[in-house]
Design a protein around this ligand. Sequence first.
Ligand code: S3P
Length: 170
Amino acid sequence: MILKNNIVLIGFMGSGKTSVGIRLSYSLKRPLVDTDKWIEQKQKMTVADIFERDGESAFRRLETECLKALIKDADRQIISAGGGLPVKEENRKLLKQLGKVFYLKVSPETIYERLKTDTTRPLLQVADPLRQIKALLEEREGIYESCADVTLEVSESTFDEIIEQMKGLV
Ligand code: S3P
């Protein structure tokens, strides 16, 4: 059940949610909220430091807290959700209430190429990040699809193409 008229972006790390969100925000003149940034501002810590100090489950609780705050406050905004946020069922319900959910679907190889030198994603600081990406994507693919109102395969798309496509759907 949709309660609010936001545009919600979901997808794996490196799928382009933040970059698409920034461009969409500019193009539609709507504010952008990034759940990772919301949490970092509230906690005055980076996501990586929260994972290290308090663990992943503490971070996941903060994600739910963030969604509950957005349900109260956010309307006609663009919301970019952290890649693992939809994994929790409670969060999927909250995401759906927030607005129309777009899943930016990207291949594991594209994600790997984009993130192979990134040090900010704790879940990818492992010996074989491509293998980890594939394993997590396998777990999450169906979850993303079931949460989304619209799935956009964007591995081969330019940002302009994605924005035009999305503007036709909102
Ligand atoms: C995570 C994705 C990250 C961030 C955290 C965990 C995940 O967000 O929330 O590192 O579990 O996929 P982005 O998808 O914005 O990178």
